[in-house]
Design a protein around this ligand. Sequence first.
Ligand code: FES
Ligand code: FES
Length: 165
Amino acid sequence: MTVTFRLNGEDYRFRDDPMTPLIDILRQERFLTGTKAVCREGFCGACTVHVDGDAVPSCLKPVGLLEGCEVVTIEGLSAGNQVLHPLQAAFEAADAVQCGMCFPGMVMSLLAFMRDNPDASRDDIKAAMVGNICRCTGYERIVDTVADCLAQQRQTAKVAGGADV
Ligand code: FES
Ligand code: FES
């Protein structure tokens, strides 16, 4: 079976078993090793990528379901000379990253959450993180950073809205 989809902004064609998990294509064929394979059972969130903007565990996504989809991995967040996405940079500045194993998936999950929940509370952020396990247990700094980024986003939107009046 042939499946064609977009991967980090480029066309990608896969010819093989449609039940192959997306994570195997990312890591073994495309060498996009930022996406981590930890539990491979949908529990840890380390393998999270975006499919058509939604955060999904790539270990549970058969490639046969991706025809025409837009897939973005942690590597796809970089733009031009910008090596780190602003959320990644904020985590780094806050010293929130420990071993880093959970972080690619954490970033992908939280970006989708932040886009859809700009007014999220700390409790909302904590609830959103249930699908992303950090074995280093650095949850508080992660929640702090996301809360700060959302507050900055709201402030920026407020200023931009005011400028239009
Ligand atoms: S490796 Fe996919 S959820 Fe854990
Ligand atoms: S930073 Fe180590 S698992 Fe999260």
